[in-house]
Design a binder for this molecule. Structure first.
Ligand SMILES: Nc1ncnc2c1ncn2[C@@H]1O[C@H](COP(=O)(O)OP(=O)(O)OP(=O)(O)O)[C@@H](O)[C@H]1O
Length: 312
């Protein structure tokens, strides 16, 4: 096990209830997504692991060693980890190139130049090597911080919303390059996100956090097939929620169906189309089944009466 957190207790203020009896573990080489609504404790958890806060009780064991938190380190943070926080902490008077090269030894300057250039290319910032961070946008600064975190192949990389400031086209490009690099280097990563759908193809496991508690910790497939409750299901995207009574009445297998899991079929339950809107790669439809309004995705525009089949 690379990381093990046992019975951790932490809050910022004495009467605040945050992490209580918190447990978590991850294997080496895994990419873990940490998802949950704003304020559920994602950033705090990453900071605790990295050693920026003193916890009250419990233990964090990293690579077989019990961590001591801030009091155990001369400089903030664990040496074998890198944290890319939401404030990127770049050196303001050093160029982009020097920021990315900050942790790389100067002994072999040629190798250092090559490494920094490769990382800048990986995050699409090669044209900005000589620029100072203050002249960059938030998203560009974020990309520099990611490149710097990858410069020393840390044993554990902690990323707090790493793609939050990027526009969609940049995001797709960076995400692909970033995860290819992570997989090639065999890095272990915990990545917090507001938008699970964005990173799901690359993650090994998803930890869902609510009020600083883990509600579900499973593979992406299991999370999609069997979200433990409505909170988890809604983090995965738009979802149709059925009460237990509706589930029995309609003879369904589960309480949550994503729009693509309800299909138009030759046989099934009759529904009436209320709206059918072009949504890019699919049509977004509102349909009425008895009194219940459902959202379904189809490749064709719908109208009139249809038959629905529910898939697992
Ligand atoms: N310095 C602080 N002092 C007191 N309370 C804090 C402090 N920082 C965070 N909190 C509180 O701790 C809780 C967890 O905050 P945290 O930033 O870890 O959540 P998050 O899941 O990362 O949120 P977001 O997705 O919005 O970044 C919140 O209720 C927040 O208000």
């Amino acid at each position: 096990m690379l990381l093990e957190i046992n019975n951790l207790e932490f809050s910022y203020l004495p009467d605040q209830k945050l992490f209580q009896d918190f447990n978590f573990s991850m294997e080496e080489g895994q990419v873990i997504a940490l998802a949950g609504e704003s304020g559920c404790g994602k950033s705090t958890l990453l900071s605790l692991i990295y050693g920026l806060h003193d916890w009250r009780k419990g233990e964090i064991i990293f690579n077989g060693k019990k961590l001591k938190g801030p009091k155990g380190n001369l400089v903030p943070g664990e040496a074998d980890m890198k944290l890319v926080a939401q404030q990127y902490d770049l050196m303001p008077y050093a160029t982009v190139f020097d920021n990315v090269g900050k942790f790389i030894s100067n002994i072999n300057l040629k190798a250092k130049n090559e490494k920094v250039t490769e990382l800048l290319e990986a995050v699409g910032m090669e044209d900005f090597a000589k620029v100072l961070p203050k002249n960059l946008s938030g998203g560009q600064q974020q990309r520099v911080a990611i490149a710097r975190a990858l410069s020393v192949t840390p044993k554990l990389l902690l990323l707090d919303e790493p793609f939050s400031n990027l526009d969609t086209s940049r995001k797709f490009e960076l995400r692909d390059k970033f995860f290819s690099l992570v997989k090639n280097l065999g890095l272990s990563v915990i990545i917090s996100t507001h938008n699970l759908e964005e990173i799901i193809p690359w993650v090994d496991k998803v930890a869902i956090l609510k009020n600083a508690e883990i509600l579900q910790y499973d593979s992406p497939e299991l999370i999609y097939q069997q979200p433990t409750n409505e909170y988890v299901a809604k983090l995965l995207g738009e979802v149709n929620v059925f009460e237990d009574s509706e589930k029995i009445r309609l003879n369904l297998d589960k309480n949550f169906y994503f729009p693509q899991q309800i299909k138009v079929a030759d046989q099934g339950l009759e529904a009436e189309v209320q709206e059918s809107r072009f949504a890019g790669s699919f049509f977004w439809n509102k349909v009425k089944l008895d009194d219940k309004v459902l959202i379904i995705h189809t490749l064709e525009k719908l109208e009139g009466k249809i038959l629905l089949s529910f898939c697992g």
